[in-house]
Write a protein that binds this ligand. Structure first.
Ligand code: GLA
Length: 694
């Protein structure tokens, strides 16, 4: 049982494998936080403290640890909910009414039911406990049972209370081509805000928080939460004046208003939250395992070839067939035609919206290419950017009011395109029908769904910042009902849509347009803290890399991309025999080990050397892999001692180190470790480790 209730004391204790989370209802009917941390079995230990104000200038609400603070009364802190009623009252006064526990597939969910004291406005706080993953999914639902519209001006999905000061906050920063740059900063007095206001992409910050007490990979307390939302989010981290740290995550209230109609219910995006005293590795494992078991589509992901970097917009049936044959020869299993196959798409300024096959490029349609790809035993995929339209496209000429706009203003183009207002019923239907027809007419296994610009002139409705992405989720969910085998890749100019909102609806993330194998190591490392490896698409591309101008040996490029779900984006028609042979060998190797990479447990190992080694480990049952990278041997040219993780202490393992086979115990490998050395520039190895099964 993961929910324990003391009805007399009105205290709720949520139990997962190693942790507890407790809150209760006080004599004013407020939902007050009591505890979040390591497991405490007995609910009887918990009491609701009596609060007294610090002074008249520090009202009691300011020091009350509320689970869901609303706007109103003597509350000046961050609130989760602000609403204006039809009589212009803009204060919420809620009272606890009841609770309910529901159970679905062994997962227990606690619902705390609150109601406004004066209006028929209901607030439900939901807590779903994923016991074995040590995770709690929190969300809130609102229901307007009055006869008037209620305006929601702010809705954050929950508040977390961490009973410490001076925590470390980590997230990522970045921009196009440089996504997922991890940063860590000390939390001090004042607020840290991370957010997205762009409607489409989150290249900058990512909707999650990690707060730790000087944790390492393998030790220390970590509190974390990831929001299931790809649209405008905000996260606030605040060390208060009263000795704790508060965190909120939810829909960004910037330029936001939601009209809750009479009878309407609104469910805000949820937060997947957790605590561990076992360091970042445990946090990663809990989230990855949850995603693998419950979010991601089952099965191993195919090795992909994508023609974008090879041809850009200059696609033609004949050349795509040639590329497909070469892709097959090196071992690709999925051939994806990227941008340029449709309408008058010869560059960025035309074609989007006109989703017919370009006759000059494909005189007999897509079928000759698809037939060839299928006859070779490969899957077929195609690129689309359905939320967008170019001003020159027929679609725009016929429906100029389908884009986000203000009647008296000119709409911006960005990358030569407008954004379609997918919150309009007719636009949503157009996109669904266009994709449904594409998937029905052609034998397509994979859709790469792109979105290459943020929203502007966002229409008079202030809810589009959230409703836009909701419409996209709906379209893909609906398409998957009719076309259940089609895989969807979420791309937004590279890694603009990496979050738990889209994961599961889409199957893969295009991690970044930055395909430089060295830059990717950093991107992949940061990504791995929260998001599962199986969804991380990584390509090998040509050198010099178009962004970094760096030339990196092909083996290192493959090894870096093999850390995720492997793809190839090179112009393979220009490959030398040596390139082909190396590609064949490494793609074949990837196929032998991908089950460990995509489905195993992932470890970021310590680099104990003064040289910049990057070392990662994957474990799946009796098999393990080590990935070791050295971008450049530096002065001293040191080796590194690699201490492995997650092995069985008393089992023996066999591994091959530079042609030498060694057998060592788990204890030895994890404590003493193995001494290893790479040399020169861009050296890398994959080392396979097998448990000796008696
Ligand atoms: C975006 C994507 C690329 C590619 C191009 C096509 O930039 O991130 O991978 O698909 O669009 O225009």
């Amino acid at each position: 049982m993961s929910i324990i209730v003391n009805k007399d004391k009105k205290i709720f204790l949520l139990q997962s494998k190693n942790n507890s989370y407790a809150f209760g209802i006080d004599n004013l009917g407020l939902v007050r936080h009591l505890y979040w941390g390591s497991k405490i079995e007995s609910i009887e230990d918990f009491e609701m403290p009596i609060l007294t104000e610090v002074s008249t200038n520090d009202p009691v609400f300011e020091i009350t640890k509320e689970e869901f603070p609303v706007y109103g009364s003597l509350r000046y802190k961050e609130h989760c909910l602000k609403a204006t009623f039809s009589d212009k009252t803009r204060e919420i006064v809620y009272k606890y009414q009841d609770y309910e526990i529901i159970k679905e597939k062994k997962i227990e969910e606690l619902i705390i039911k609150l109601k406004d004291d004066n209006y028929d406005f209901y607030i439900n706080l939901h807590y779903k406990i994923y016991e074995e993953y040590d995770l709690i999914e929190r969300y809130v639902s609102l229901k307007n049972m009055s006869n008037d519209i209620i305006e929601i001006e702010k809705i954050h999905s929950g508040q977390f209370h961490i009973p410490y000061e001076d925590l470390n906050f980590s997230n990522v920063h970045g921009h196009w081509g440089a996504e997922q740059q991890r940063f860590v900063q000390k939390v001090n007095y004042g607020k840290i805000v991370i957010e997205n206001r762009r409607g489409i992409s989150t290249h900058n910050h990512n909707p999650y928080f990690i707060l730790d007490r000087d944790a390492t990979e393998t030790s220390g307390e970590v509190f974390f939460g990831a929001l299931k939302l790809s649209g405008n989010f905000s996260g606030v981290i605040e060390q208060t004046q009263y000795g704790e740290t508060l965190v909120q995550l939810g829909i960004n209230s910037h330029d936001f208003k939601l009209n809750l109609e009479p009878g309407e219910e609104f469910v805000a995006p949820s937060i997947l939250s957790g605590y561990t005293n076992g360091g970042f590795e445990t946090m990663t494992h809990n989230l990855h395992k949850f995603a693998k078991d419950n979010v991601l589509r089952k099965g191993l992901r195919p090795v992909l070839y994508n023609s974008w970097e090879a041809t850009e917009f200059k696609v033609s049936c004949d050349e795509q067939i040639k590329l497909a044959r070469k892709a097959k020869e090196i071992g690709a299993e999925l051939f994806v035609v990227d941008d340029g196959w449709f309408g008058e798409r010869h560059g960025i300024d035309n074609g989007l919206g006109d989703w017919y096959v370009n006759k000059e490029k494909f005189p007999e349609g897509l079928n000759p290419l698809i037939k060839e790809v299928k006859e070779m035993g490969m899957m077929f995929g195609i690129w689309v950017e359905p939320e967008m339209v170019n001003p020159k496209a027929e679609l725009y000429k016929k429906n100029p009011d389908w884009i986000y706009h203000f009647d008296t203003r000119e709409s911006d183009t960005s990358r030569g395109q407008y954004v379609l207002d997918v919150t309009k019923k007719e636009v949503k239907e157009f996109i669904y029908n266009m994709l449904d027809e594409l998937l029905t007419t052609y034998d397509i296994d994979y859709i790469k769904w792109d979105a290459n610009r943020p929203i502007s002139q966002s229409s008079v409705k202030k809810d589009i910042w959230y409703k836009h992405i909701e419409a996209i989720y709906d379209i893909v969910k609906e398409l998957k009902i009719k076309h259940p085998n089609v895989l969807f890749e979420a791309c937004a100019s590279g890694g603009g849509r990496i979050d738990y909102g889209i994961l599961g609806i889409f199957d893969d993330f295009w991690t970044s347009d930055n395909t430089d194998a060295y830059d990717r190591l950093a991107i992949q490392d940061s990504y791995s803290y929260i998001y599962p490896i199986k969804a991380m698409r990584a390509w090998v591309t040509d050198c010099p890399n178009f962004l970094s101008r760096r030339v990196i040996p092909m083996k290192f490029r493959y090894h870096s991309a093999m850390m995720g779900t492997l793809g190839i984006g090179c112009n393979i028609l220009k490959f030398t025999d040596e390139d082909i042979n190396l590609s064949k060998e490494l793609i074949n190797e990837y196929k032998q080990i991908r089950h460990i990479i995509q489905e195993g447990d992932f470890y970021r190992l310590e680099n104990s050397s003064k040289n910049r080694y990057s070392i990662y480990q994957y474990n799946k049952e009796d098999e393990s892999l080590l990935f070791v990278f050295l971008p450049q041997s530096e002065i001293g040219h040191r080796g590194v001692t690699i201490r492995l993780r997650g092995l069985e202490e008393d089992s023996n393992y066999i591994l091959k180190l530079e042609e030498k086979q060694i057998i060592k115990s788990g204890k030895y490998l994890m404590n003493h470790g193995i001494d290893f050395k790479l040399f020169g520039d861009y050296d890398s190895r994959i080392i396979k480790i097998n448990k000796i099964v008696r």
